[in-house]
Design a protein around this ligand. Structure first.
Ligand code: NAP
Length: 242
């Protein structure tokens, strides 16, 4: 059994990733920021399907809180190091740059990109010691193509893509792979304000994706089967962009 940490694992894409990793025999730590009800529901779903997991509530954008709660968990569980890390927690606050307040910029950068640093910094060392690890960063089409109204989000996701490629080169010799997965439009609360009927016309597969479809890809990259893939950005977008 491996230990996996899924940030933002309470809802949406993160929940499906947590369920899938648990179904493959991993012990899944479900991180989330505030929604206790949905987090408990995810844990209940894992247990219902015969899997194992636990909740680990902290704000990935808050370095002090992450250091305290994740750092303490790692210190107290040295026998069971986290070997699969899915940096999935993310937010978007869309607006044109000319209207973008500093809070919209800071919170999106602090969560999507800062969260990568705050969490990965803790988890990577035990991986290097054990000479095994999978780091998977959930980025976005927005970080590759850039999308209007998402200068903050595109910058954060593009930054995470750069970090993915750099870190992959730092840790490859120690058996740790680092990859990014870039979804297009996936049906979750994050996209419920978007007009699927209009946007799907731009997508060759003519529909938004399901969170379960992203989870299948994550599970492959998280498994030993993906052993020769590192530093990659893998698109999952119905053919929208490549
Ligand atoms: P979602 O439904 O809004 O769920 C986001 C999850 O992240 C929630 O569990 C939330 O916790 C958690 N979270 C947010 N900020 C956090 C923080 N500071 N600390 C800890 N947890 C935090 O989002 P989603 O659509 O599943 O998106 C998941 C990831 O995929 C994000 O990185 C997003 O950028 C990326 N993505 C999504 C799409 C899409 O179309 N949906 C496309 C491309 C990329 P609470 O439940 O406590 O609020």
């Amino acid at each position: 059994m491996r230990y996996a940490l899924v940030t933002g694992g309470a809802r949406g894409i993160g929940r499906e990733i947590a369920l899938k990793l648990a179904s493959e025999g991993n012990f899944v730590l479900i991180n989330y920021r505030s929604n206790d009800e949905e987090a408990n529901r995810t844990l209940h779903m894992i247990k219902e399907q015969g899997g194992q997991g636990a909740l680990l509530k902290f704000d990935v954008a808050n370095r002090e809180e992450t250091d305290r709660i994740l750092g303490h968990w790692i210190e107290a569980n040295k026998e069971t190091p986290i070997q699969i890390l899915v940096n999935n927690a993310g937010i978007r606050k869309d607006t044109l740059l000319i209207m973008m307040g500093s809070e919209d910029w800071d919170s999106v950068l602090d969560t999507n990109l800062g969260g990568f640093y705050n969490v990965t910094k803790h988890v990577i060392s035990p991986m290097l010691v054990k000479k095994y690890g999978r780091v998977i960063n959930i980025v976005s089409l927005s970080g590759l193509k850039g999308l209007p109204g998402q200068v903050n989000y595109s910058a954060a996701k593009a930054g995470t893509i750069g970090a993915t490629k750099a870190l992959a080169q730092e840790v490859g010799r120690r058996g740790v792979t680092v990859n990014a997965i870039a979804p297009g439009f996936i049906k979750t609360e994050m996209t419920q304000d978007l007009k699927e009927d209009e946007l799907k016309k731009l997508i060759p597969l003519n529909r938004f994706g399901e969170a379960k479809e992203v989870a299948e890809l994550v599970a492959f990259i998280a498994s030993e089967k993906s052993s020769y893939i590192t530093g990659e950005v893998i698109n999952i977008n119905g053919g929208l962009y490549s």
